[in-house]
Design a protein around this ligand. Sequence first.
Ligand code: HXC
Length: 299
Amino acid sequence: MDVSKLMFRDGLMEGERILVTGGGTGLGKEMTQGFLKLGATVYICGRRQNKLDETAAELMEKHGGKVVGVACDIRDAEAIHEMLDTIWADGGALTGVVNNAAGNFISRTEDLSINGFNAIADIVMRGTFYVTLDVGKRIKAEGGRCNFVSILTTWVWNGSAFVVPSAMSKSAINTMTQSLAVEWGRYNMRFNAIAPGLFPTKGMSARLNPGGSGGNSQGGGNPMGRAGEMHELVNLATFLMGPGAEYVNGQTIAIDGAGYQANGGTFWATLQGLGDAEWEQMRAMIKGTNEKDKADRAV
Ligand code: HXC
């Protein structure tokens, strides 16, 4: 990311204590960098402690400040509770949470096993809710404040073929965002979401465009003729997470170069013509990535 393109003044986020789930890699790492640069203390969680430590060290070396990695699989509500105890003991309550951790892979829906569906729904829908619930109960009990931003997709408005568990789960979190903005607004908590279009990351490309076979696989082109740039996403996340825009509550904001309006932002156009052999080949590539990640987690 080109940090010179960040819009906000230095020190804007001093005193903020933010948890970014899935903050060790991809979009989560970029947002972590943006918040840290503006003075926030950032906690990052993910399944690989080595990756979290590496990211924390890299970002602190670059910007100073404090990033702490806490290994936690958000599918496990007890592990979340322990992680939050650790964070609370390390300087007090959180003031912000970015629900960024996700799992996804392209597949024909008829090829999904129950485990395959659950692997995604347990991370994206249940895990995100577990984190939100545990933090929300603490804030309500203690009388603090907290700002929640969830990373969704434009599929929450129109669904998407070939990523049905993700589209369903992210839609559930869109509904959670709107519901809790109302229910918990009076406890000084607010809930917004971002629906990014294509911001290529390693984890995403390996599972949504394995082997690079589908090109820009969402809809076959974007009106702006390019993918999103990380600083654009980070600027929007900062606007929602930093102080100054507190009256924004219950909103899901797209940042996709109008891809959604142009072509629905889905995989239908590029994947609908694939045959059995091509799906088999992609499944093998995706599973290869999953196995490699699993081996990394075992280190
Ligand atoms: C069919 C598959 C499959 C595939 C996995 N499975 N890959 N089924 N096609 N390509 C099935 C497995 O066979 C197994 O079911 C079940 O899913 C669980 O697989 P595991 O590998 O054991 O799961 P696990 O190690 O828990 O990994 C979770 C994961 C993985 C979700 C499957 O992809 C992951 O860790 N992802 C995290 C990173 C990620 O996905 N990043 C991209 C997010 S992109 P069986 O029945 O065999 O036991 C994103 C962006 C969306 O969200 C927006 C874009 C605009």
